[in-house]
Structures are given as structure tokens and as C-alpha cells.
Design a protein around this ligand. Sequence first.
Ligand code: NIG
Ligand code: FE
Length: 380
Amino acid sequence: MSLLIRGIRTLVTWDEEQPTLTDAALVVDGGRVAWTGNASASPPCDETVDCAGGTVIPGFVDSHTHLVFGGDRTEEFEARLAGRPYAAGGIRTTVAATRAASTEVLRRRTARLAAEALRSGTTTLEVKSGYGLTVEDERRCLEVAAELTPHRTFLGAHVVPPETTPADYVALVSGPMLDAVAGVATAIDAFCEEGAFDGEQCREVLTAGAAQGLALHVHANQLGPGPGVQLAAELGALSADHCTHLSDADVAALRDAGVVAVLVPAAEFSTASPYAPARRLLDAGVTIALATDCNPGTSFTTSMPFVVALACRELGLTPLEALHAATLGGATALASDAGHLRVGARADLVALDAPSPTWLAYRPGVDLVRTVLRGGEVVR
Ligand code: NIG
Ligand code: FE
């Protein structure tokens, strides 16, 4: 059955020659984009929907979330509102709550967050573990993620849990824990930061993951300068995430190694930290992605429209640069073929009640999403 979507004031396809079209239409057939072009040339279809002058964009690709966790950290957030700085140690609060939660509770809570993300237009979602930190708890967190997404990242190296020592824990994560999750995870990540793991410890974990065929991501240079970005470049990671504190050599390393810089401005918003140098990265030729980093500590939001608004206002991106990073950029960070609406693409798309993508930033906090299609199915 073919579906004609017409009445599109602005259609964003990221086609190489014509990335955006005005007064456009799009045909979905067999769950894929079958045709795009000027509305006046639309082919006949079995069904028609009218966007009434709205915008159609590729579904958001949220390439960095920590969606599986127990409890929340309201008190820590309130302390930050009163001026206390963020520190990595707060992760342990969530580790205790996650270990205490039944798998059924984790499943329900994670599914609710994934549904919330989908309603705001996220059709591709990466989910990390990292709040279990035992063999059994990391495995069940990844199994919960596996019910929701093909993009599942093992983040055993999030912090050292209280019951062990750094050396023993790194050996556990790179050995028995990795063995237990390698069949469920598709990628591995490590938090390379003061208070978490140093460069050598991250190298050990990431190299072990790569040997099991997992793709690599690195939490890098979030709270201060450090070796994370260089490590991501050296190991050929898909992405270096956060990238707040970068030297010129870090920027050059990302560009030369083709590592995507995944920027998470909602974390900087929530922790009142400096924003990542997005403009510097783009101008140097680095591919950037925007993601929510949804987690109970630094960024408790699933909203990619909010992230796009922040990127325009606080990171100095144009609306189209921000939207590109939030769709195709995210897909690149996940080595996914999502994130665009060229003919043949999976029909993952969002219809906005807005004449252009600029309204994502111009009308922040307003729910502009009218319809979401995933694989051609209307899911909102
Ligand atoms: O991406 N940086 C490490 N992990 C999360 C924060 C985790 C937490 O505080 O619970 C992040 O910001
Ligand atoms: Fe994160």
C-alpha cells in the first residue's frame, strides 16, 4: 500500500544534491521512501495525508542514552541548583537503585522512556548499560535494552563500584563481564575521566571489546581535558562523546581519524557546565552528532527537539546544522543507515507543525510533533 504525504512546506531529505525541498511531497511504499519531489509532480497513491504546510524531517537519531536505571537523582539536581558542582561519583547512587530494581521494573521504566522519546520524534535510539556494574546486573540491563533497540552499548567501565578495587574491576569488565554481555551488546564504551577511568584502563577495556567484535564509543573530555579523545581516535572508535574540553590536537585527531563528536548540550544545561565547542569542530571538518545523553544524573531528558534548540542557541549551530547532527550525524555515530529520507531509506520520519526546522529552536519547549512514522508505520 502506497501513502502520499503532501502539503509539505519544507521537506528535509539530506539528499546530496538537494538536501531540502519546499512545497514538496513524499511517497512511502513497503515501509520505505519511494519518491520525493515537488508536490505538483506527485504520483497517484492508495492513501494521502496532508501536512497542511508543515515540515517533514527524518526521525531523530539519539546516539547516546543511558536509559536503563533505577531511582532518580532529584536531590542531587536540587543541590546543583543551589550551586554544588556535578561529580562522577553520583553515578553510584543510581547503581545502588538499579541493582535493587527487579528486571520487570527496569523493563517498564525503560520502555516508558523509549516511548517518550518516540513521541518526540526519536525513531533510532542507542541505549547504554552502566548502572549495574556486576556481571549479572550489566547483563540484565543490556537485555532490557535489547527489547527496545538494535543499538546496545556495554558501559561496564562507567565507575568503579564500591565493593572492589580499580585494578580488579578493570580486569572483570575486560574479562568475565565482557564475555557475559558480548552476545547482547553491539558496542562498548568507557568513561575516561577523573573520578572514573584513566586512559590506560579505558584502553584495556575498549581493546578487549574490539577483540569481541564490538564497535567503540568513548565518554571523552567531559569534565576536563584528558586522553579520551586521543584514545578514541587511536582505536578507531565510531564516536567520542561529550567533547567539552578539547585542545587543537584533539580536534585534529577527531577529524583525521573520522571519529564523530557526539555533543550532548542538555547535560551541560543540567549541570551548568561550559558547552562543547561545536562551531570549532564543524569548522575544522569534524562530523558532529547531537544526542540527549538521557540519564538520571546529568541530563534527564529524552527530547531531541530540546537538544536541537540548545544547539542553535548555545552551540552556535544553524537550525539545519543542528538538525543534520541530530539525524544523519547520529546515524553516522552508530554506523546506521537511518537519519535521512533519500529514496530507498526506511520511512522513519516526523511531521512538524512548523513551516521550517528553525521552529524547533524558535518555539522551544513546545510540542511541534504531529505525526511520527517508523518503518512506514504511524507510531504517533
Ligand atoms: O554521560 N559521563 C558519564 N555518564 C553520564 C552521567 C552519569 C550519571 O551521573 O549518572 C553522562 O553524563
Ligand atoms: Fe553519557
